[in-house]
Design a protein around this ligand. Structure first.
Ligand SMILES: [Zn+2]
Ligand SMILES: [Zn+2]
Ligand SMILES: [Zn+2]
Ligand SMILES: [Zn+2]
Length: 177
């Protein structure tokens, strides 16, 4: 008799649920709907509860907004004469989304270092042009070249007329340097 009663109760209960009257009285079997943590890419949910028999929501789960990205700075890389560089950027540590894109910095100039200084020529000694290399890549940028001696700075030694008292001199010349 008790069994029949409970069957009737179930049927009535089902009918009520079917026609949308959920005021069917029974002890809810509480199932915990676990909380889901929000990330920077997905929303989360607070913990909720529902009944496993009638599916009624006892505590509804609230949507938790997405969290902010965790910003990681991507250091800038200086360009050299051998390699391109990169500007500073940033990305998210969690989802790897690029937040600030790094752009390529063109290959830079050589860093000029003097190997041998230029030497100015004189009328008696050779000179040389400057020799330079790059202190970063070692490339020779200019080779020292010999500069030939300069022309003598000719000074005319005027002729001296001979007189009855002294002998004369023909015209000569010498270098003032
Ligand atoms: Zn229930
Ligand atoms: Zn992220
Ligand atoms: Zn270089
Ligand atoms: Zn000279």
């Amino acid at each position: 008799m008790k069994k029949i009663f409970s069957i009737i109760l179930m049927v009535v209960c089902s009918l009520f649920v079917m026609i949308g009257v959920s005021s069917c009285k029974h002890e809810h079997t509480v199932i915990i709907d676990e909380a889901i943590a929000a990330t920077c890419t997905t929303t989360g949910l607070t913990e909720g509860q529902h009944c496993s028999e009638c599916n009624e929501i006892i505590i509804s789960q609230e949507i938790i907004e997405k969290t902010d990205h965790i910003v990681v700075i991507d250091e800038s890389v200086a360009a050299t004469c051998m390699a391109t560089g990169l500007s500073e950027g940033s990305h998210c540590a969690i989802c790897n989304e690029v937040l600030q894109e790094q752009y390529v910095i063109e290959i830079g100039e050589h860093v000029v270092t003097v190997i041998t200084e230029a030497i100015a020529p004189t009328c008696s000694t050779e000179g040389q042009t400057v020799a330079e290399s790059c202190s970063v890549c070692g490339e020779i940028l200019s080779v020292s070249e010999i500069i030939p001696p300069t022309e003598h700075n000719v000074i005319i030694d005027a002729a001296v007329e001979s007189t009855c008292l002294s002998s004369g001199l023909t015209e000569g010349s010498h270098c003032s340097i």
